[in-house]
Design a binder for this molecule. Structure first.
Ligand code: Z5A
Length: 212
């Protein structure tokens, strides 16, 4: 039987990586084989593209090449990692997927979302998650968490994190719009609570899939 594909989405600092690991632990304790991966990344080439996207270049990618780089990375991870795992019957949890392109490059950068959907469809051969968990946080919570992490790890904000408040407001509204348009695929979770409170809500959304 084909495995299940779950993506985590939302603004930075919502707790996607934290919750993806917690969910994987719970699913493993239920006897599932689980692969946790991330976008952009998850294959050698896609991790190189991630590096390029994060690099502080004097001439950073223009909006259209940024989209194509994210999609090139996605085509790799879908073909080499996600589809084979699902075909084996494994569960795949991906930290970001197509909805990040629609939210960041569409709502954020202003590229037409319908065109992005066509391009994404080409990159993924139409693959969409069975369930997308949107960890929704207001920009001030997101900023505070990222500032705390940067202080703890002596790192600085990257190019996308530095985009202004208006960008981050459009992004959050964009994710919420996407969820409203596909309520059967999305579970929207208030991620401003404690890690345990959020994990409890994530599990309530996922357990319906476990029983299928
Ligand atoms: N991007 C794009 O533009 N288009 C695309 O198509 C795709 C991506 C696929 C990837 O960044 C960037 O690429 C991203 C979108 C863009 N933009 N930016 N910037 P990334 O993978 O490096 O980072 P991220 O996806 O934005 O994740 P993040 O910043 O690491 O946040 P997170 O995964 O949601 O959260 P976290 O790492 O689990 O937690 C963040 C901190 O908060 C950490 O210190 C935790 O310990 C803490 N935390 C987590 N949960 C809580 C709770 N509940 N309470 C308190 N503190 C918490």
């Amino acid at each position: 039987m084909r495995g299940k594909f779950i993506s985590f989405e939302g603004p930075e600092g919502g707790g996607k990586s934290t919750q993806a690991q917690t969910l994987a632990d719970i699913l493993r304790s239920e006897g599932k084989t689980v692969l946790v991966t991330r976008e952009p990344g998850g294959t050698r080439l896609a991790e190189k593209i991630r590096g390029l996207l994060r690099e502080e270049l004097e001439d950073p990618p223009v909006a259209r090449s940024e989209v194509l780089l994210f999609l090139a990375a996605r085509a790799q991870i879908v073909a080499q990692v996600i589809q084979p795992a699902l075909a084996r019957g494994d569960w795949v949890i991906c930290d970001r997927f197509a909805d990040s392109t629609f939210a960041y490059q569409g709502y954020g950068r202003g590229i037409d979302v319908a065109r992005l959907r066509l391009l994404n469809d080409f990159a993924t051969e139409g693959l969409l998650p069975d369930l997308t968990i949107l960890l929704d946080v207001p920009p001030e919570v997101s900023r505070a968490r990222l500032a705390a992490r940067q202080a703890a790890t002596a790192t600085t904000a990257d190019r996308i994190e530095r985009a202004g408040c208006a960008f981050h407001r459009r992004l959050r509204d964009g994710f919420l719009d996407l969820a409203k348009a596909e309520p059967e695929r999305f579970a929207v979770i208030d991620a401003s609570g404690s890690r345990d409170a959020v994990a409890g809500q994530v599990w309530s959304a996922v357990r319906k899939l476990v029983n299928l």
